[in-house]
Design a protein around this ligand. Structure first.
Ligand SMILES: [Cu+2]
Length: 173
């Protein structure tokens, strides 16, 4: 996994490229995930919330929520001792706070299922799931204790592995 520097989208540039179609997932181009929220802050989310990508695919999160900052943070003991909900061999990530218009990219070099959250909004269910490659081939199983300390709103929000495998992209409900 490679962490790349933060990027700031230029005015007018980049945003057009954020519209995601299923073909985009397989095009080899960067896969985009939006960080979004209502203006009054009553709801916040990642969209798509679940996505299937190829091995060595780069994924970019961009904060398109003008009134809020967000993070993309892997569930890993390396991030504040959180439970491991990603492949053991993979490197964890934490974007730190992204201001509106900022983005953060990760390239996934290990197959498996990755769960992540937004630090200030985990309790509001702002979480997401990325599947890289074919998790069955990687022997993905639910890790014992991986639910420890997760808020119920977060646990409820994850799309199932089966749903992501079937659809490729799971948009926010
Ligand atoms: Cu957030």
């Amino acid at each position: 996994m490679t962490l790349t520097r933060r990027e700031i989208l230029g005015a007018g540039g980049g945003l057009a490229a954020l519209s995601l179609s299923s073909s985009a997932v397989w095009s080899g181009e960067i896969v985009e995930i939006e960080m979004q929220g209502r203006n009054d802050g009553s709801q916040v989310w990642f969209d798509p919330i679940g996505i299937l990508v190829k091995l060595d695919q780069a994924v970019r999160w961009t904060n398109l929520n003008p009134g809020n900052s967000h993070t993309t943070t892997a569930y890993s003991p390396k991030n504040s001792g959180r439970p491991l909900r990603m492949p053991r061999a993979a490197k964890s990530w934490d974007s730190d706070y992204l201001m509106p218009g900022e983005s953060f990219s990760v390239t996934f070099t290990e197959q498996g299922v990755y769960d992540y959250y937004c630090i200030p909004h985990e309790h509001a269910g702002m979480v997401g799931r990325i599947i890289v490659g074919e998790p069955e081939a990687n022997g993905w199983t639910k890790l014992a204790g991986a639910d420890d300390g997760l808020p119920e709103e977060a646990l409820k929000a994850f799309p199932t592995v089966e749903d992501i495998m079937a659809k490729g992209i799971v948009r926010r409900a």
